[in-house]
Design a protein around this ligand. Structure first.
Ligand code: UDX
Length: 454
């Protein structure tokens, strides 16, 4: 919405949320306090806030005055009830649709932006139709058109993804509504990049795009393990396969397993959807992508234990990077969570560092684990912003997020601070073997089959 306001100065964009604290943070004069860390976002907010971009808790008034409403609420995986563990919880979509139904006036175009299971637009349409029928007898006559326009941006590169998207998708039946929405996107996106589909194709395309991307990662991570076992190099393999234009170079970096708010949730949704329609084998096929992803995270935690003489009890390990990828402070489904939990369960003392994630967020993510403090015998974790302090007296450093600041570290200095034998585990392929030369540090890297001594 911030990018939309930036590109269309004549359109008034108001973001509303039931969370007052969040709105307050979006309105904070100090731009470093915005709730989301995203490169380039604060500059856009600075340029447009209180001009044609507003953040407000006045939900009823904003809906009443709007010609177009984007529903962009979260749709987390259900924890209980039918479809628990797989299906998306649509309670926020439903409650937003009810608010739109209650407060809208005149004709309103409702755009479903949240990632949703196929046929959710129908749910929104049904709720809105009820209120259309009721409004016929009242003085405030209402009508609605529902469109689906899922978002494909990736965190960390969101602004560029929004300014130069590969494509924009609009699903719907009402031509006037479709034209209104596409005329907004056309202000900065070439018309040939705007694709029109029916509503369900649009909803399914979002789930499928994420499932294909995640499948690529599970494929390359599976091969990384085979490289380690055979002596092949994952980078050489990914370069070689990526040179085939049909496969392509992007999204082929082996890592500790994928995280983020979308991939797991959307595949679980797809699995649920296939099962619902009786496509059991297809559902198992997609679930395998998640099984391999969990396996990658577990095998990394277990090989760390194995290399440290089969036990990490009371050993100090520096864990570098807690966000699910670089350039974001988002920790949802981050591989660091399950790897940290596995090491804590084995008695390790973790010194956690991340340039953007707050310790309170880490506390929240690790809270199902007994998060004992550092001095406790059974292990625990601490957060420290000083890399040297994290490394001091540690047996190992594990790199879990590819932050730029981890790419130029002084391992000579680190080796003097660490306990011997010292280990570096690089799950992101950001550490060069050369930077460890002469330090005596032992090295493991994902997909590195060549274990020649340094
Ligand atoms: C993803 C989709 O890319 C985006 O189109 C969709 O709208 C939302 O979900 P996002 O979750 O923000 O975006 O991040 P993405 O860049 O896709 O990374 C997801 C995970 O895969 C991260 O944990 C990342 O580190 C990992 N990854 C990505 C790899 O391990 N290797 C790669 O080559 C690429």
């Amino acid at each position: 919405m911030a990018v939309l306001a930036d590109k269309c100065k004549d359109i008034l964009v108001t973001l509303v949320d039931i969370d007052k604290e969040r709105i307050k943070a979006w309105n904070d004069k100090d731009l470093s306090k915005l709730p989301v860390f995203e490169p380039g976002l604060s500059e856009i907010i600075k340029r447009n806030r209180d001009k044609n971009l507003f953040f407000s808790c006045e939900i009823a008034k904003t809906i009443k005055e709007a010609d177009m409403v984007f529903i962009s609420v979260n749709t987390p995986t259900k924890r209980s009830g039918f479809g628990a563990g797989y299906a998306s919880d649509l309670k926020w979509v439903e409650s937003s649709a009810r608010q739109v139904a209650d407060y809208a006036s005149g004709h309103t175009i409702v755009v479903e932006k949240s990632t949703v299971p196929v046929r959710t637009a129908e749910l929104i349409q049904n709720i809105l139709s009820e209120s259309e029928d009721n409004s016929i007898i009242s003085s405030n006559k209402k009508s609605f058109s529902v469109l689906s326009s899922p978002e494909f941006l990736a965190e960390g590169t969101a602004i560029n993804d929004l300014e130069n998207p590969d494509r924009v998708l609009i699903g719907g039946e009402d031509n006037d509504a479709i034209k209104s929405l596409s005329s907004i996107y056309e202000r900065w996106i070439p018309a040939n990049k705007i694709l029109f589909t029916n509503v369900w194709s649009s909803e399914l395309s979002k789930l499928t795009a994420n499932a294909f991307l995640a499948q690529r990662l599970s494929s390359i991570n599976a091969i990384s393990a085979l490289c380690e076992a055979t002596g092949a190099e994952i980078k050489e393999v990914s370069n070689a396969i990526g040179a085939d234009k049909r496969i392509g170079k992007k999204f082929l970096d082996a890592g500790p397993g994928f995280g983020g708010s979308c991939f797991q949730k959307d595949i679980l949704n797809l699995v649920y959807l296939c099962r619902y329609y009786g496509l059991e084998k297809i559902s198992n096929y997609w679930e395998q992508v998640l099984i391999v992803n969990n396996w990658q995270k577990e095998r990394i935690a277990s090989l760390v234990v194995e290399k440290l003489f089969g036990t990490v009890t009371n050993k100090k390990i520096a864990l570098f990077g807690f966000s699910f990828k670089a350039n974001t402070n988002d920790t949802r489904e981050s591989p660091s969570i399950s790897i940290a939990k596995d090491l804590l369960a084995n008695g390790a003392n973790l010194m956690i560092h991340d340039p953007q994630v707050l310790p309170s967020q880490i506390e929240k993510e690790l809270s199902s684990q007994e998060t004992k403090r550092f001095s406790d015998k059974k292990g625990g974790w601490c957060f420290n912003r000083d890399l040297n302090e994290c490394v001091k007296d540690s047996d190992a450093i594990i790199f879990l997020t590819a932050w730029d600041e981890y790419k130029k570290l002084d391992f000579k200095k680190f080796s003097q601070l660490m306990r011997k034998p010292s280990w570096v585990f690089d799950t992101r392929k950001i550490i060069s073997k050369n930077s460890l030369k002469g330090t005596g540090i032992k090295f493991w890297q994902v997909g590195m089959g060549n274990c020649n001594p340094l």
